[in-house]
Design a protein around this ligand. Sequence first.
Ligand code: BGC
Ligand code: NOJ
Length: 817
Amino acid sequence: MRYGHFDDVNREYVITRPETPMPWINYLGCEAYFGIISNTAGGYSYYRDARLRRITRYRYNNAPFDYGGRYLYLRDNDTAGFWSPSWQPTRTKLDKYECRHGMGYSIIGSSCHGIETRTTYFVPLGQTLEVWKCVVTNHRKTTAKLSLFSSIEFCLWDAQDDATNFQRNFSTGQVEVENGVIYHKTEYRERRNHFAYFACSEKLAGFDTQRDVFLGKYTGWEKPAAVVRGKSFNSVANGWAPHGSHHVKVTLKPGETREVIFVLGYHENPVDQKFDPAGSQTLNKRFVKPIIRKFLNPGKVAAALEELRTFWDGLLAVYQVKSPDRHANRMANIWNAYQCMATFNMSRSASFYESGIGRGLGFRDSNQDLLGFVQMVPSRARERIMDIAATQLKSGGAYHQYQPLTKRGNNDIGSGFNDDPHWLTLGVAAYVKETGDWTILKEPVQFENEPGSEKPLYEHLRRSYNYTLERIGPHGLPLIGRADWNDCLNLNCFSDTPGQSFQTTTNKDGKVAESVFIAGLFVLAAKELAVIATKLGKNKDAQECLAEAAKMEKVIYKYGWDGAWFIRAYDDFSRPIGSKVCKEGKIFIESQGMCVMAGIGLKDGKAKRALESVNQHLATKHGIVLQQPAFTRYYIEMGEISSYPPGYKENAGIFCHNNPWIIIAETMVGNGNRAFDYYTRINPSAREKYGDLHRCEPYVFAQMIAGKDAPTHGEAKNSWLTGTAAWTYFTVTQWILGIRVEYDGLRIDPVIPAKWKGFNVTRKFRGNTYVIKVKNPKGNQRGVKCLRVNGGKIAGNVLPVFPAQSKPIQVEAVLEG
Ligand code: BGC
Ligand code: NOJ
């Protein structure tokens, strides 16, 4: 079944039935204040850090799955009937329902009993607040006497503590209510100087701030006591569960419309001006009042919405394609880029599958996220690189994650992942290629956030490189450490204790198990570092990098090649993993993708051979699985990978993140047909047709699609926050369509399906706009040999960096085979 459709003109996905297979969500905010909102208004908000500055509460793994959020209730005061205009939580049958998820906003509209409601939720740029603009229209022939109730649940800031420490938290909650604004100030009396507020544009008939008074005894959000009786209780929370609910009476004549605005926000006061009057315990509201006033004003709200639209026009205009494939177009032009913004902001911390308390910003993940984000806001990419690099260990290794609020690294989700350091090199390379900003390499950056430890960023990359060279195993391959990109290939864990975390437990000293994947990644990163070193005039370093890369390639040929594909790793007994000699897990995707991307096997046919093996053993109609055969039992020497039932997650699931590696590899060997076919298999827009099988949102990539060994083959999971976003964006824009940023220019090297007659791309790059027309009259898959630039001819396929021009630069390229 279909649950909606794309509206490409408005850059929206329109959901037309509320009961989607899973909540289909969107993100609000893209700077410092963030919210997650589902198609039925579920979700929550936070400032910067989903764990440490959670504003509203959310209970995960609920039944129904998505329960709790930014709820409104409409009550007909003549009949006492009530409903939720966003369907949840009352789930009253609506005559019409529509949710439009757009770029940074969601609009939920519905009709019930002749009353139409349309609520736009968004975070204005530069603000730490969200607006709910609710427009109510009476389509009845008679006057409607309505009550509108709002409802949010305040979280007590630290989401982890909020969910566990009830003996304390039930006694700390505090609020103030002044002129209809509900201020949530738990812990403000002591060390916090921030508070939240919830305001409404209308004169209130009442309010509630104590959840259980609003809801009543033994009732949930379907039937709050205040809504049932049609009148708030004016409750003031002292401890227990601070809540925000306004009650507004709305009387509408036939045809009449009313706009009611709610503003939920976060504010920080100067530490020495927390209270007003000074010396009292009353919240100082002087600074926040003008902000509240501004966003309760319909004109200002309309302007802020328009500003948001213009902002996204600008971000998306960096790359726009018109190709024969509408799924590729809408993903590259709209949704994939948009998803890259979300992954850049959240890493893997807050979605409907990540609780916001489990993980901060991952070292490996955030570096890869840059690949899809850097072209949108390069300055933020630069700042992110600095933050990540400052957490790097002096050894060149990495804290696996850091908290966005404190920017400090920690080992909460494990440490010693030996691939981590190289992703920094690839992230920096992506930034410099996009911007040409070589100054970043000279920028002093701390190690381990220690003042005084600053070294130029280039030195960080050198340490990343040395980190591997200092950790070489018995075959000359890099030691894997806790794991490599595949967090679940835990070759040193040997875990036999129920519940023990595979990510934090190590029982072996880790001097034997090696990773062919890291070997490939090392070659890729070392080659990149060699170019960087040369540019910086460090030729000796460059030669050393190339020599070590060449040495590693030889080792890969000797111990990493299995005859028809690349081996994956060696375990703690020095036995191969991902080899024909294995009973299960004979072939893995990661080493095929990474080794070919590093250029290994391109000259002697091994790359093509490995890709044929992928096609033969791993490709399915829903994407390429991670390995085969799936592990049918738990192998203590393999760890978490064998903990999953066959076909799920790292155990032979279609781990979408690394499908693009194979796609890039296919473009490198010139196979445009296959590259595009693989891309389409995981493209959510193209998968919209699988509705109830796919289950996740058709507008964003999911981390995983169940593999062929799973009973639910084709079912997606963990949408939104996945490295798939950046990698697919990077792959389709730079490798398939082939408009590729390089240190010294823009390479035009499409590798496309033979049946395409051509395509057009507009690309903004280093101060210029390029209008690129690619023609394919002979049905080739590759082969741009020269370019026409503003009518003149350039040999080769690289556009040099031109001085900024006022007019777009016209480029023409032909695929000559
Ligand atoms: C998951 C991995 C993830 C890891 C993060 C594992 O349980 O399977 O996909 O990377 O946790 O800590
Ligand atoms: C998800 C993690 O966020 C990522 O870092 C890892 O590479 C993949 N899972 C594979 O395990």
